[in-house]
Design a protein around this ligand. Structure first.
Ligand SMILES: O=C(O)CCC(=O)C(=O)O
Ligand SMILES: [Fe+2]
Length: 202
């Protein structure tokens, strides 16, 4: 595959550190993307989990589904869960992202943002066996949403990537160690979006 280039894409924030993030629009063509968005929305085993904040349980503001190899168990609210099996659509995407990323992934987390009220708060992802510098490949379908990143120790250092329908974002290097990311809520009307993050977990 040709070299992925963030700077080639129009309307995106400039100067994004290429050693941390690579963005590629039209990774999946429009028709396939439309099909996959509907397929994931209607057929994924969505769950709404809870998260604890200040000793109170809150519903996570989005739906999630984990799929992966047998043995890639994951934990939700302190409970160990088995992954759902791979589907043909997920295996097709896995093959494509592995070729682009040069990494073999063993699991994928699907996030379903139903509208502008759904979001993911500032966080970093560190469950990888690849240590401090995990490679995570993200594919997005549906509504364009803003993916914000900020430096953990200097919040003034920040960037935004608009994740478009069918786009591919590779997170790598020190991104999870030194930066955090989020999808903020939006006051503008927002349609459905499904994001997949392919990961290497223990
Ligand atoms: O929806 C996205 O683009 C990001 C999701 C994310 O950060 C995560 O699942 O850890
Ligand atoms: Fe994340």
């Amino acid at each position: 595959m040709k070299q992925l280039s963030f700077f080639a894409e129009a309307g995106q924030s400039r100067g994004l550190p290429k050693e941390l993030l690579e963005y590629h629009a039209n990774f999946i063509d429009q028709n396939t993307g439309d099909y996959l968005l509907q397929k994931f929305i209607t057929e994924s085993p969505w769950k709404q989990t809870t998260q604890k904040m200040w000793d109170k349980e809150y519903l996570t503001p989005r739906l999630t589904a984990w799929h992966g190899d047998v043995g890639t168990d994951y934990s939700v609210s302190g409970k160990i869960c088995n992954p759902n099996p791979w589907t043909p659509e997920l295996l097709m995407l896995k093959q494509k992202v592995e070729a682009a990323a040069g990494v073999r992934f063993n699991s994928v987390l699907l996030n379903y943002y139903r509208d502008g009220n759904d979001s993911v708060a500032w966080h970093s992802d560190k469950e990888s066996v690849l240590g401090k510098s995990p490679v995570i490949a993200s594919v997005s379908f549906g509504q364009v949403r803003c993916f914000d990143i900020r430096n953990k120790t200097n919040h003034k250092e920040h960037y935004t990537v608009k994740l478009e329908h069918g786009s591919f974002l590779l997170m790598k290097g020190g991104l999870q160690e030194h930066w955090e990311h989020r999808i903020a809520k939006s006051h503008k009307p927002m349609k459905a979006r499904v994001n997949l993050t392919f990961r290497v977990v223990i």
